[in-house]
Each structure stands twice: as C-alpha cells, then as structure tokens.
Design a binder for this molecule. Sequence first.
Ligand SMILES: *Cc1c(COP(=O)(O)O)cnc(C)c1O
Length: 240
Amino acid sequence: MALPDAARPDPARPETVSTDLATRLELVRTGVADAARVAGRDPAGITTIVVTKFHPVSMIEDLYALGVRNVGENRHQEAQSKAAVLADLDLVWHFVGQVQGKKARQVRAYADVIHSVDRESLVTALGSEESSIDCFIQVNLTDDAARGGVDPLNLPALVERVLATPGLNLLGLMAVAPLGEEPRRAFARVRELGEQMRTQAPAARALSMGMSQDYGSAVLEGATHLRIGTAITGNRPVLS
Ligand SMILES: *Cc1c(COP(=O)(O)O)cnc(C)c1O
C-alpha cells in the first residue's frame, strides 16, 4: 500500500534535519523563557543570536523560516560571503569573533553589530564620519591576553575612546565565561563592570553573554544578548 503524500519522505529535503533544528530551537526558546521567569525578567528584553559559524547558508535559511532574525558569525570571510548570499533576507548580522585591524572596514560593511571591540587601534579602524554601527566592548575574563577582549583594568580608557569616536554606537559589554570558573560568577563580574561603565556611558546598558552551556546563568545575571551555537545548530561540521 502506498504512503499518503504527507507521510512520504522527500529525498530532496531530509525532513529530519530541519525537524531537529526546529526542535532544538524550540528547546532553547523555552529554556530562555524559563530562565527569564526565574530571574523575574521579561523575555522580550533578551535577544537570542544563533551562531551559525561553520554551517551552510541553507541552515540560515531554515532558521529564517523558523523565525530567527539574529545570526552570529566569528570568521570574517565566511561571514562576508554568507551575508552577501543572504542579502535579501532581513537578518541582523552579529560579528562575534576577533576582528583584524586591516579587515575592520570590511567587517563593518556587512555586520550590523560588532561584539568584539577590544583595543584602541580597532576603535580607530572602525570609526566613520558617514555611518554608525552598533558595537559591544569585549572584556577578557581570563589571564590569557590572546583570548580577545580588553583587560578590565583598561576598560575605562577604551570606553572613553569609543565615546570619542564618530560612527560607533556603544551598546554595552560582551564576554565569554572562562573555563574553570563558575559561569554565573563570571557573568556577575561582567554585570558589575557594566554598572561601572554606565557612569561613563549611561546608554550602554546591554550585556552580550551566555552560550549553549551557560545561557541560563547569563540570563540570571542580566544578559540582554545570548550567543547560542551548538544547542540550536547541533555540532559544528569538522573541517578537513
Ligand atoms: C561559537 C561562539 C559562540 C557559540 O558557542 P556555542 O557553545 O556553540 O553556543 C558564542 N560566542 C562566540 C564568541 C563564539 O565564537
């Protein structure tokens, strides 16, 4: 007996892939809403950015169909080409990786938000008299300077520099919880740094923190922007 049409698998479009994607997205949406409720916060104040690095353009299209509008990438060339292919979609592109000074102008051209401003030379390279771009200052919570992010001791000077540079709209702070520290403690440090920063930059109220493993803790400490990859996308393809 033939299967009814609806039950017939379409070999051109393996349903399992996008069904899994939809299921994982829904689980994270529920997780964010639950964490917001525990924190006594309105989930509408939390933007979930789906980090799609290493995944194909087709996955971003699938995410778009599921209602996702904020996507994150961390490698310039990959982000640039995906943004070009998907230019017709009203996506908000978040650049979350380290930015090379000599690529700064190019990143600025397709990114809507840059999460990783971490040094004065990059601020200079990103400045513009013509247009404005939203940005976060990334703080480094580790002792390893190679990790990206400004040392918290140098944060006030960098904030001054961003505020004095035309074309940069400072939204707040971004951080990655270090391995070996309880994430909630790390995020509490970021929240406190954000409070100090607001004496200089009262409008910079946003906190970009929380990833697949620790977004619940981040919501409890006031995260406004979650950067979530694998919990939604599944494991990243291994590059050969
Ligand atoms: C990859 C990446 C993420 C997402 O990480 P997951 O653990 O997959 O959720 C978030 N932030 C930055 C800066 C990243 O590079």
